[in-house]
Design a protein around this ligand. Structure first.
Ligand SMILES: C[S@@+](CC[C@H](N)C(=O)[O-])C[C@H]1O[C@@H](n2cnc3c(N)ncnc32)[C@H](O)[C@@H]1O
Length: 188
């Protein structure tokens, strides 16, 4: 995931206040949060906080961090409207029940709160999208449940968010995995 670092800064600095980061991973986004962040809950079913580098990232953070070893599609144990911002980076691809996770993310966001994301997903170009559909079953088995053909903007909007801004661009690597969706959406 380190090769994605140049893309993190522009995305992560949009987060503010009480933040929920879904798919916290090894905490690679922590270096990019700005001074407007008060606290962060980092949610991920994979708990790697016993790894020295991850522990150091958490300990060196300028704001308090609470790690929760939970799945976002299992129902979130937070009151409705608790968070000012929800963040995901390259995570919606791996959540099995992604629609359920997005509904939960919306529920715990304050009215007017922002969902900030950078994700990879389905190509706009038909030929690449067809290749994504062909390869996805194998890719999914080989890469820990990752899906390369999800239409991220549609999923976000169907989850009850209103798209404020969306950048579509090609990142590094093969076309089937390099279709980026970077955006900010508000709780509608
Ligand atoms: C490709 S990694 C990205 C990690 C991190 N966001 C980053 O940018 O480095 C995808 C992450 O999604 C997490 N994940 C998978 N299923 C999930 C679920 N149901 N709910 C929340 N996170 C999940 C994985 O454990 C993994 O840490």
């Amino acid at each position: 995931m380190r090769q994605m670092d140049p893309l993190r800064a522009d995305t992560i600095r949009e987060a503010e206040g009480e933040v929920l980061e879904v798919g916290f991973g090894t905490g690679l986004n922590l270096a990019y949060y700005g001074p407007a962040v008060k606290t962060l809950v980092g949610l991920d079913p994979l708990d790697v906080t016993d790894v020295d580098k991850v522990r150091a990232r958490i300990q060196n953070s300028a704001f308090p961090i609470e790690r929760r070893a939970l799945r976002a599609d299992g129902g979130l144990p937070f009151d409705a409207g608790r968070f000012d911002s929800v963040v995901t980076t390259w995570t919606l691809c791996s959540i099995p029940e992604v629609r359920k996770a997005l509904r939960e993310m919306r529920r715990v966001l304050k009215p007017g709160g922002r969902y900030v994301f950078i994700e990879h997903g389905r190509a706009d170009e038909d030929a690449t999208a067809r290749w994504q559909d062909r390869i996805n079953p194998l890719w999914n088995r080989m890469c820990d449940g990752c899906n390369i053909n999800r239409k991220i903007d549609r999923l976000v909007e169907e989850g009850g968010f209103e798209m404020e801004r969306l950048d579509r661009f090609r990142g590094q690597g093969p076309g089937i995995v390099a279709q980026m969706y970077r955006g900010v959406a508000t709780r509608s």
